[in-house]
Design a protein around this ligand. Structure first.
Ligand code: HEC
Ligand code: HEC
Length: 274
């Protein structure tokens, strides 16, 4: 009788301990999912998944709430102006960020585990991804970037001639104060440009930001086309970034184009620029 009570009490203590451990794991994964979202997805989909302009809302999205396999194709392979993350995020990281978007902002779909991500990688023949807990050796292959005429381009963009010295100089004089000498940014104030997935977006989207400015960032339209091409190429190819250089012609097109990104404007849709 007495023994039974002791055993019961011990069992309860063990169950409590297990619950605490499970909770600690779950909250570590949730924190990691939130952090990956903030660093890799929020720049396009908004801090609360609300999207905007050419970027779809993830709140109540059928893709987000639907079949896990169909959803995972997006972060793994990308689509249109969205870069894939197969080469830069591990199975666990993709699982955490996908779980985060499925369980945040009122979304109420099931969690996704790393094993499911591994399965979908296999199904899609996607890159096996970085070694867990190691720096990615190869940054994401920019899909579509710079090759707007060939939406299926898998190859890195053709070598583009650009002036690296000029790029570094323009960056140092105009951008480093906020984004950091090493593109590291200032947490909470100025986004990091090192490892920033937005830089893999189609060239016009990326050029548009320094050309016309954006919330909290001044416009640098006063730079010449050569200076602008050099600084954008510089940030797309420095600090581990591997999105490829942009051309002076692409800068001219953005300068001649609209100052507001209109989601219906073909200039800012993947595959439509000329
Ligand atoms: C450079 C901008 C960009 C970044 C960064 C980005 N996305 Fe996207 N995302 C898009 C665009 C554009 C689409 C629409 C793609 C299409 O179908 O043409 C999209 C679509 C999606 C969809 C499908 C939504 C729907 O309802 O169709 C999901 C899910 C998604 N993204 C998740 C993510 C996650 C998770 C991340 C971060 C790991 C991420 N995205 C990062 C631009 C981006
Ligand atoms: C006064 C500070 C400041 C300076 C100087 C500055 N930026 Fe920014 N930059 C910002 C802020 C703030 C944002 C975020 C804007 C937003 O919230 O949309 C940003 C965003 C960006 C982005 C988009 C990043 C993302 O994740 O969406 C790019 C690209 C960029 N800046 C490039 C540049 C370049 C190139 C220069 C120099 C020619 C430059 N910035 C100079 C403050 C600055």
């Amino acid at each position: 009788m007495h023994d039974l009570q002791v055993i019961r009490r011990r069992l309860r203590a063990v169950a409590l301990l297990l619950a605490v451990v499970a909770w600690a794991f779950a909250s570590a994964a949730a924190a990691q999912g939130a952090e990956i979202y903030e660093n890799q997805c929020a720049t396009c989909h908004g801090p609360s998944g609300e999207g905007g302009g050419a970027f779809p809302s993830l709140v109540g999205s059928e893709v987000v709430l639907g079949d896990a396999h169909a959803l995972l194709a997006l972060p793994l392979q990308g689509a249109g102006a969205m870069p894939g993350f197969a080469t830069t995020l591990t199975d666990a990281e993709i699982a955490d960020v996908s779980t985060y978007v499925r369980t945040s902002w009122g979304n109420d779909a099931g969690e996704i585990d790393a094993a499911t991500v591994a399965e979908v990688r296999d199904e899609l023949g996607a890159d096996p991804g970085p070694e867990p807990a190691e720096e990615a050796e190869e940054p994401a292959e920019p899909e579509d970037a710079d090759e707007p005429d060939d939406a299926d381009a898998e190859e890195a963009p053709e070598e583009v001639e650009w002036d690296a010295e000029l790029g570094a100089q323009v960056y140092g004089a105009n951008c480093a104060a906020c984004h950091g000498v090493e593109g590291q940014g200032v947490p909470g104030a100025f986004p990091a440009l090192a490892g920033n997935a937005f830089l893999n977006a189609d060239a016009p989207f990326v050029i548009h930001v320094p050309m016309y400015g954006r919330a909290g960032m001044p416009a640098f339209g006063g730079l010449s086309d050569e200076e602008m091409a050099a600084v954008v190429s510089y940030m797309r190819t420095s600090w581990g970034n591997d999105a490829g250089a942009v051309t002076v012609e692409q800068v001219e097109e953005v300068r001649d184009g609209p100052s507001e990104i209109d989601p219906d404007d073909p200039t800012f849709r993947p595959g439509a620029a000329n």
